[in-house]
Ligand binder design. Structure first.
Ligand SMILES: Nc1nc2c(ncn2[C@@H]2O[C@H](COP(=O)(O)OP(=O)(O)O)[C@@H](O)[C@H]2O)c(=O)[nH]1
Ligand SMILES: [Mg+2]
Length: 608
C-alpha cells in the first residue's frame, strides 16, 4: 500500500460537543455505510447503553474510503481510518490510547458552549503526541451558536488561527466535506517504517463471543496476513492470526493488513489480559532480528483504579451469579478490578475498583441489565497507602483492611490535578467549594474576557461524592471540570469507627480527614439513631477514632409491650402482629444484643 494514501486520525472533544454525530456524517459522505444501514444516530456508539444514554464509553475505529484530488494531482483514492473517542474524564485512557495510534485529530468545539475542561485536556494530550490538529466548530445550525466569539476564544486559548477553524453542523451536514478535505491535506500520512519487522501496537483489546480476543492494532511497520504466526513482545506469547481485517465499522475480514493501517487481529487468546493494550505484536519478517532482540513499541502506562465500592446481591440472589457476571464484564473491561469481600452486614460480595464514578455507574447498570442482577452498591471511596511502623507501605482499598491504628505511622491518599472552567462571576463560589473540600488553588488564568480556568491540588476523596453536582449547581450549570491523578500524598487521615452497644460495626467504618471526623461521626450517629429500632434497653451509638469517642447518641428503651394494646380475646390479630414482627426480624443483623435492620445498613452505606 502506498502510505501517502493513508490518513489515520481520531475525533476528540468535550462530552456532547458532537464527536459521534460528526463521525456519522463522515461515514455517510464516504458511503462506508449506506443510509439504510444507519438505523440510528451515533452509529459508532455500538453498545445499547451508549445509545440509550447518548454517550460514548469505548473508542471505536472505522475505515472509510474517499476519492480526492490533492493539490492539482489526479483524483485518487484515500484510506481514512477514524477513531471516535469518549469525552468523559473517566474514559480519558481510551482517548490517550487512540492518540498513540494516529497522526491527526479533529478537535471539535461546540459553538454554543465554547471551550470546556475536556477540550483543554484533550488538546494538550493531542499536542503531546505531536498530532496535526484539525479544528472544527460544530452546531452552527443552532440559534444560540456564537460563531465569531467561539472562534476568537479558540484562537486566544489554544493558539489556533481563526481562519483554520471549519464551521460545521454535524446534525444537518453543513461543511462536512471541507473537514474530509482538510484531513487529507493536513494530516500527515504514516511515516515510512524504519525496519522490515512487523510491529503492531495494540490500542484496544476486546472479547467477542464468537471470535475470542480481538486485538485492535495500528501497524507501525510490516504487514500481517491471516494464518501468520505472531508474537506478543511484552508477554512473550506466540499466537496465530486466525483472521485479520478492518472496521466498517463491523469486522470486515481481509487477506492482509498493511503497513500504516488500522485494523484488527483475531488472536485465539481467551482473555483480553493476554493481549494487553500497549503490547506489540511482532514478527521478524524480512529482517534478521530475533525475538530476544526485538524492541517493543513504547506502549502505554497501566491505569490503576482509584475509586472503590462494594457490590453485593440483594436478598435471595446467588453470589455465584454475581461472580460470573463480573468475570464476563472484566473480559471486555480490563480497567475493572474486583476481589471477594465478606461483610457481616451485607453478606458475600466484591470490592471493586473503577476509573471513576461514571465507570462505576455503568458497571452497575450493565450488571443489572445484562445479567439480571439486583444489586446493593456501597458509596464509593478511594484507596489509601498506609505506612505501617517498621513494615513499609500497605495499599488498601477498603477501611476494613486498615491495620491496628497503633501501628500506623502515616496515611497517604490519592491526589488529583483538578481543572475547572467557569464564567468569572462564579470564581468566588468555586474557590469556596474547593477550599471546603481541602483543595489548594494553584493557578488562575483567564481563558478570555469572560471565562476563567482555575487549577487545584485536590484530594480525590473530595470529588468522588457529589462534587460535580455541587459544581454544576453553584455555577448555574456553566462550570466544567477535568482531573488527572497525580500521586499519593500524606494527609492527616484517621479511621473512624462506629460502635453500637459498645461493639464496632465494621461496615460503618470509614477513613476520613481528621478535620472532618467530628462532623462525619455526628452525622452517622444521628442517622443510625433514626434507623435502629428501640429495644427494651438503652442502645448507645458512638463514633470513635482509635478508642477515643468523638460523638455519641442513645436510643431510649421502650416500656410497652407491642401486643399490650391488643386487649383480650382477638387471638388472630395478635398472631398476625407477631408473625409480621418475625418476618421483619429476618432482615435484621444482630450486633451484640442489638438488632440492626438491613435497611439501616443500606441507608447509611448505599450509593446515591
Ligand atoms: N443542533 C445540533 N446538534 C448537534 C450537532 N452535533 C451534535 N449534536 C447533538 O449533540 C448531542 C451530542 O452529540 P454526540 O455526537 O453524541 O456528542 P459526543 O459526546 O461528542 O460524541 C446529540 O444530541 C447530538 O444530536 C449539530 O451540529 N447541531
Ligand atoms: Mg460520542
Amino acid at each position: 500500500m502506498d502510505l501517502s494514501k493513508i490518513r489515520n486520525f481520531c475525533i476528540i472533544a468535550h462530552i456532547d460537543h458532537g464527536k459521534s454525530t460528526l463521525a456519522d456524517r463522515l461515514i455517510e459522505i464516504t458511503h462506508t455505510l449506506e443510509k439504510r444501514d444507519m438505523k440510528h444516530g451515533q452509529i459508532l456508539d455500538t453498545m445499547d447503553l451508549e445509545q440509550e444514554r447518548g454517550i460514548t464509553i469505548k473508542l471505536q475505529p472505522v475505515r472509510m474510503e474517499y476519492e480526492f484530488s490533492l493539490a492539482g494531482k489526479p483524483v485518487e483514492k484515500y484510506i481514512l481510518n477514524l477513531i471516535d473517542t469518549p469525552g468523559h474524564v473517566d474514559f480519558s485512557y481510551e482517548v490517550s490510547r487512540s492518540l498513540a495510534a494516529v497522526e491527526g485529530a479533529i478537535l471539535i468545539v461546540d459553538a454554543t458552549q465554547g471551550i470546556e475542561a475536556q477540550t483543554l485536556s484533550n488538546t494538550y494530550m493531542a499536542l503531546n503526541h505531536n498530532l496535526e490538529i484539525v479544528p472544527v466548530l460544530n452546531k452552527i445550525d443552532l440559534p444560540n451558536a456564537e460563531i465569531e466569539r467561539r472562534m476568537r476564544e479558540i484562537e486566544d486559548a489554544l493558539g489556533i488561527p481563526k481562519e483554520e477553524i471549519i464551521p460545521v453542523s454535524a446534525k444537518d451536514g453543513t461543511n462536512i466535506e471541507a473537514v474530509l478535505k482538510r484531513i487529507i491535506e493536513r494530516v500527515p500520512p504514516p511515516k515510512a517504517p524504519l525496519t522490515d519487522e512487523l510491529k503492531a501496537l495494540i490500542f484496544d483489546s476486546v472479547y467477542d463471543s464468537y471470535k475470542g480476543v480481538v486485538a485492535y492494532v495500528r501497524l507501525m511497520s510490516g504487514g500481517v496476513k491471516t494464518g501468520d504466526t505472531l508474537y506478543l513482545l511484552n508477554n512473550g506469547r506466540k499466537v496465530e492470526a486466525l483472521e485479520v481485517g478492518y472496521f466498517k465499522p463491523k469486522y470486515k475480514p481481509v487477506d492482509e493488513l498493511k503497513d500504516g493501517e488500522i485494523g484488527y487481529i483475531v488472536t485465539g487468546l481467551k482473555e483480553v489480559a493476554d493481549a494487553r493494550v500497549g503490547d506489540t505484536i511482532w514478527q521478524s519478517r524480512g529482517s534478521k532480528v530475533e525475538i530476544v532482540n526485538a524492541k517493543p513499541l513504547p506502549g502505554y502506562h497501566v491505569v490503576q483504579p482509584y475509586v472503590f465500592a462494594s457490590i453485593f446481591c440483594s436478598d435471595g440472589q446467588d453470589y455465584n451469579f454475581l461472580r460470573d457476571a463480573l468475570g464476563k464484564l472484566k473480559l471486555n473491561d480490563s480497567s475493572l478490578s474486583y476481589e471477594p469481600e465478606h461483610s457481616s452486614a451485607l453478606g458475600s460480595g466484591f470490592r471493586c475498583g473503577f476509573l471513576g464514578l461514571l465507570h462505576l455507574d455503568i458497571v452497575q447498570e450493565r450488571l443489572e441489565r445484562e445479567y439480571d442482577l439486583d444489586l446493593v452498591v456501597t458509596a464509593p471511596s478511594v484507596s489509601y497507602i498506609i505506612v505501617v511502623h517498621k513494615q513499609g507501605e500497605l495499599l488498601i482499598s477498603s477501611p476494613s483492611a486498615y491495620p491496628d491504628p497503633a501501628t500506623v505511622d502515616a496515611v497517604k491518599e490519592p491526589y488529583v490535578f483538578l481543572e475547572i472552567l467557569v464564567p468569572k462571576e462564579y470564581v468566588g463560589a468555586v474557590m469556596d467549594l474547593c477550599q471546603k473540600k481541602r483543595g489548594v488553588n494553584t493557578d488562575i488564568q483567564y481563558l478570555d474576557q469572560s471565562r476563567v480556568i482555575l487549577k487545584f491540588d485536590m484530594p480525590l476523596a473530595s470529588i468522588v461524592i457529589d462534587f460535580y453536582d455541587n459544581l454544576k449547581s453553584i455555577t448555574s450549570g456553566y462550570g466544567s471540570m477535568n482531573y488527572e491523578f497525580t500521586g499519593y500524598k500524606e494527609s492527616d487521615l484517621v479511621k473512624l469507627d462506629m460502635l453500637i452497644a459498645g461493639k464496632i460495626v465494621d461496615a460503618f467504618s470509614a477513613i476520613v480527614h481528621r478535620s472532618e471526623a467530628q462532623y462525619v461521626g455526628r452525622d452517622m450517629s444521628k442517622k443510625l439513631k433514626k434507623l435502629i429500632p428501640r429495644a427494651n434497653f438503652e442502645i448507645v451509638i458512638q463514633a470513635a477514632i482509635g478508642g477515643k469517642i468523638i460523638a455519641r447518641e442513645s436510643i431510649s428503651p421502650f416500656r410497652k409491650d407491642v401486643t399490650a394494646k391488643l386487649y383480650g380475646g382477638d387471638r388472630t390479630r395478635k398472631d398476625k402482629l407477631l408473625k409480621k414482627q418475625k418476618a421483619g426480624k429476618k432482615r435484621m443483623k444482630m450486633v451484640g444484643n442489638v438488632n440492626i435492620p438491613q435497611d439501616a445498613f443500606l441507608a447509611v452505606l448505599k450509593k446515591d
